[in-house]
Design a protein around this ligand. Sequence first.
Ligand SMILES: [Zn+2]
Ligand SMILES: [Zn+2]
Length: 164
Amino acid sequence: MPKIDSKVDSISKELYTSSLLLDSMQEITGLELSPKKVEYLKFLLKKGDLVKTTDISSELKVDPSTSTKTINDLSDSGYVNHVPYRGVRLTEKGRAFAEFFVNRHNILSLMLSHYGLSSEEACAEVSRFESFVSKSAIDKVCGAMGHPTVSVCGRIKHGSCNSL
Ligand SMILES: [Zn+2]
Ligand SMILES: [Zn+2]
């Protein structure tokens, strides 16, 4: 029964892949990536699909050789797929991380806007330190603020923060 065997094999492979993905999402600490790499992932999420490497280097103001190296790093650790001559796109893992990074920015901006900063000031301040704030801290802040859905910088989504 080779047919059934290969079917079972492909299903178990799929289950294995999705459990890996789930693991990677549950294990986001928020501190995995450098501020620069966080910018790459957020930019790719904003652009949606395949993004040309030249667009990335001009948007993030780095020279092409630097962005190629960073993209290769991100690809080696499973955050992006690099399609030669076409561009770069987020993997599912990369998308999960990028969505968290946007959420983190939005939650922190909203928090600072509650303490005397204008929207623009809050956004600029947060952009300087957001990559150093852990996901567990963000989840707690989100809970303490009552899980707001809109920030001065955009929408806020809720996932693991809801259990706190
Ligand atoms: Zn902002
Ligand atoms: Zn929340």
